[in-house]
Ligand binder design. Structure first.
Ligand SMILES: NC(=O)N[C@@H](CC(=O)O)C(=O)O
Ligand SMILES: [Zn+2]
Ligand SMILES: [Zn+2]
Length: 431
């Protein structure tokens, strides 16, 4: 028995098609105007008025397990992903112990696969314990299924170590996924070094902390030829550096988060902890440069940097709260409501940045809807509106600055390899 999804507006091969879609054995078997359901063999789902798009892909997620299960677990994090319309995520290695060895890569792959909510690809650490002192076992982690290497949460301060990391990753044909941050320049800063930091009399993090290390890395990426991916770009200077590097043919790709696209330092308000993330929210000029960078292809994809923390930790206030906000369960509605509905970008562009593009830059065989491909799908109701309520999150992390925002474009069903992984109707029934 398979599934027929009827009357949906399907995004397939770069165009919209209104009709039926048949899923069997985990694969998309047919897309036609009308499919009949002989002998009622298949489960039928009515998707009239909804769009059916490739399952969303988030290449930057913190699942926190092992070690920080009070913030999130593989189970709650992958459930949150499914609820957000995601079918594939990359998990960052800043766990405890740090994912810096083959066994931990295997642990994450096996546990997430057994749970089955979404496909999880581990990112291994660049350096042993993310201490920035010696390279981790990159080859061993690749063999167990790591898709890239990152010391996310920290910048790699040592230039010589970064050269070694890039040379090794290049040999292994693996990407370096870089959190760029000069720790001396960032100092004890908590938000962007700008107007709001002045008003609140707190130390700021200058844009230089990001873009000077990025400039170093881009030169090294050019000389080593490695695929260098920049995490959570936040400043206009970084956008320009990436633009220039791409024009020179450097093998660089980049991501931006929904919060850096939609918020600035001016939005920072109590509870301050919910506006504290790394890199910080910057200025309106930076925000506009990020949108421009996306549109002109300088920035390739949108990734959430889903970074759950406990409410206790976040209530410690601006100075003492940890950096990071959640993102999986609000990403698509936020971007749809505030970029597409405001006509800054098209729906089709948005879909590209969260499906086909991330698959393309990391060589994944997902991100498209077509007959013969795995059935990884998100069904989305563009007309459904509701306000963000963290109490309803599947994630343990309730740390979002978007509480109360009224948004359109909520996922109603997520299908992973032909199985319904999350369904709004079922959840509502038991709520
Ligand atoms: N983004 C954040 O503010 N925090 C992330 C680390 C990171 O992505 O750099 C975290 O792990 O909490
Ligand atoms: Zn980071
Ligand atoms: Zn991160």
């Amino acid at each position: 028995m398979g599934i027929i999804i009827r009357h949906g507006k399907i995004w397939s091969k770069n165009q919209w098609f209104i009709g039926d879609l048949l899923i069997e054995k985990g694969m998309i078997q047919a897309i036609e105007q009308k499919l009949d359901n002989k002998n009622h063999l298949h489960q039928v789902i009515d998707a009239k008025g909804k769009i059916i798009i490739p399952g969303l892909i988030d290449i930057h997620v913190h699942l926190r397990e092992p070690g920080f299960e009070q913030k999130e677990t593989i189970e709650t994090g992958t459930k949150a992903a499914a609820k957000g319309g995601f079918t594939t995520i990359f998990a960052m290695p800043n766990t405890n112990p740090v994912m810096d060895c083959p066994d931990l890569i295997t642990f994450l792959k096996e546990k997430s696969k057994a749970l089955g909510y979404v496909k999880v690809y581990p990112i291994g650490a660049i350096t042993h314990k993310q201490e920035g002192k010696e390279l981790a076992n990159l080859l061993g982690m690749k063999k167990q299924g790591a898709v890239g290497f990152s010391d996310d949460g920290k910048g790699v301060q040592s230039t010589s170590l970064m050269i070694k990391a890039m040379e090794t990753a290049k040999l292994l044909d693996m990407p370096i996924i870089a959190h760029v941050e000069d720790h001396h320049l960032a100092g004890k800063g908590v938000i962007h070094m700008g107007e709001t930091a002045k008003q609140l009399q707190v130390q700021g993090i200058p844009s230089e902390a990001e873009y000077l290390q990025l400039e170093r890395d881009l030169m090294l990426a050019e000389s080593t030829g490695v695929h260098y991916h920049v995490c959570h770009v936040s400043s206009k200077e970084s956008v320009q550096l990436i633009r220039n590097a791409k024009a020179k043919g450097v093998n660089v790709t980049a991501e931006v988060t929904p919060h850096h696209l939609l918020l600035t330092e001016k939005d920072i308000q109590p509870p301050y902890g919910h506006y504290k993330m790394n890199p910080p929210l910057r200025t309106e000029e930076d925000r506009l440069a990020l949108i421009e960078g996306l549109i002109d292809g300088t920035i390739d994809v949108i990734a959430t940097d889903h970074a759950p923390h406990t409410e206790d930790e976040k209530q410690r206030g601006l100075l003492d709260a940890p950096f990071g906000i959640v993102g999986l369960e609000t990403a698509f509605p936020l971007l749809y409501t505030h970029l597409v509905m405001k006509k800054l970008v098209s729906l089709e562009q948005l879909i590209e940045w969260v499906t086909r593009k991330p698959a393309e830059i990391f060589g994944l065989q997902v991100g498209e809807i077509a007959v013969g491909l795995p059935a990884d799908l998100a069904v989305i109701d563009l007309e459904q509106s509701k306000s963000v309520d963290p109490v309803t999150f599947a994630s343990k992390g309730k740390n979002t600055p978007f509480t109360g925002w009224n948004l359109y474009g909520w996922p109603v069903m997520t299908i992973v390899e032909g199985k319904i992984s999350w369904e709004q109707e079922v959840e509502n029934r038991y709520a």
